[in-house]
Design a binder for this molecule. Structure first.
Ligand code: FES
Length: 107
């Protein structure tokens, strides 16, 4: 478990699986979740085993979550934003939804 060394001075609110949480402004989402005591953020596609952020630098992909309806977001590469709705990811992502989301992000 990750422990905060300092109190949150500039709070940013977000939800994880419907639970209201706070992070320090500028904090990365994976770090905020770990500091909040979240043990896992997704389930393995193959075995369903719980998985948690590991490398915290965009390499392992263990931190995949759904953010504001977009699947497969790497929580360690995303800064927490006010009002962000974060959901844990279970099993294989919906491939069609993934491509719909990518299309939605294009200008
Ligand atoms: S924690 Fe490894 S890619 Fe995010």
């Amino acid at each position: 478990m990750l422990k905060r060394l300092r109190e949150i001075e500039e709070p940013v609110s977000f939800t994880f699986d419907g639970v209201q949480m706070q992070a320090q402004r500028g904090e990365m989402l994976a770090t905020a979740l770990l500091a909040a005591g979240i043990g896992h953020v997704r389930r393995s596609v193959v075995s369903g085993a719980p998985r948690a952020p590991y490398c915290l630098m965009g390499v392992c992909f263990e931190c995949l979550v759904t953010v504001d309806g977009l699947q497969n977001r790497q929580a360690c590469l995303l800064e927490v934003e006010e009002g962000m709705v974060v959901e844990s990811q279970r099993g294989a992502p919906d491939v069609l939804a993934h491509f719909r989301d990518e299309k939605r992000q294009q200008p």
